[in-house]
Ligand binder design. Structure first.
Ligand code: SF4
Length: 340
């Protein structure tokens, strides 16, 4: 049965400070904090939709820092979600996202009591200088401690990281990914920094003191991050911000593209293919890949074909069910000399 999330956005309420990249106005100003009754009503409506479409869902409290909101409010939301899980077969669990310094033994006890099955930590970086310069208000050690508490409780661990923050480097991002692997999360989300007007990063950017990574640098870095996580059995469930009118309106720099994940996967395919072709003679090859992967293989605007051609390889991509990357020298046409 197909599984999805019913997302409930909890606006920023309890964060002690404003992080360098956070546009508090769009997080807290525009969205109203839902009451427990609002949540119950929404879950009842959505249960009917899920049942009709034969799907199940997790109830996901996303947004600011779920475990930092006033305690009574958090408990009332958990109570509404727990009741929905008990009442409707369509709901399989509850998940939430929060800050690493808002997790302790007491919170873990509460979350498990209400049947929360997964917690995502907004870690953003494992480099203390990056965390400090971006006013995160927690350290890498806080991430390790919170991640271990979540794992020990039996709940699923998710980690979120950003690339290109103030004082960040691609090496620091790769270090963050390797540190994440040591914490064995089930899932990871990777968000390239988007510089929004009205944030600390926005001011630094406008003064010319910061510019984040370029699009090209970010694509290449994220292809490596994808590799690190997938090779370690960690599923990357998001890469790049969701399409949003607010982001498109308020963005003044950084990296945002509605098809960012696809671009990264396409780059990764190109790099893997170039590596496989390297020991082979330059020339003409057929490369077989599953039909679903053909557009990634060819690249946006046939970019991969052009880059392969520039490297001396004339490639024809062909569909083959279940194949990822099967390379075969192109058979010469009758009456013609082999191209290589
Ligand atoms: S923890 Fe999240 S919601 Fe709170 S200020 Fe930082 S980015 Fe904004």
């Amino acid at each position: 049965m197909k599984q999805t999330n019913v997302s409930i956005f909890i606006p920023h309420i309890g964060c002690p400070k404003r992080c360098s990249f956070c546009d508090q106005k769009s997080i807290s100003g525009s969205a109203k904090a839902p009451s427990a009754d609002d949540v119950s009503a929404l879950l009842e409506r959505q249960a009917a939709v899920l049942e009709n479409s034969g799907m199940t869902a997790q109830i996901a409290f996303f947004g600011g820092s779920f475990t930092a909101v006033p305690r009574e409010y958090m408990l009332s939301l958990l109570e509404a979600a727990k009741r929905a899980v008990e009442r409707f077969d369509a709901y399989t669990g509850i998940r939430c996202s929060t800050r690493p310094d808002c997790i302790d033994e007491e919170i873990i006890e509460i979350l498990t009591k209400y049947g929360v099955t997964a917690v995502e930590l907004g870690a953003q970086s494992m480099d203390d200088e990056v965390l400090q310069k971006n006013l995160r208000g927690h350290t890498a050690e806080d991430v390790r401690r919170a991640a271990n508490l979540i794992k020990q409780s039996g709940m699923e661990l998710g980690l979120q990281m950003m690339t290109g923050l103030y004082c960040d480097t691609p090496e620091k991002c790769l270090y963050t990914a390797r540190e994440f692997v040591k914490l064995s999360p089930k899932t990871v989300r990777v968000y390239p920094t988007v510089i929004l007007r009205g944030t600390m990063l926005g001011e630094l950017f406008e003064r010319g003191e910061y510019k984040s990574f370029s699009f090209e640098e970010t694509v290449s870095l994220c292809a490596k991050l994808l590799d690190i996580f997938e090779q370690n059995g960690i599923s990357v469930i998001r890469m790049g911000l969701h399409a949003s009118e607010n982001v498109e309106r308020d963005m003044i720099g950084g990296v945002y593209h509605q098809r960012f994940r696809e671009i990264v996967e396409s780059r990764r395919f190109l790099e893997q293919l170039l590596l496989r072709l390297k020991p082979l003679e330059k020339g003409v090859y057929d490369v077989f890949t599953d039909k679903r992967n053909l557009s990634r293989a060819v690249g946006q605007g046939r970019e991969n074909l052009a880059k392969l051609g520039a490297a001396g390889y004339r490639i024809k991509f062909r569909g083959r069910e279940g194949a990822y990357m099967e390379i075969s020298p192109r058979a010469p046409k009758k009456g013609r000399k082999n191209a290589f």
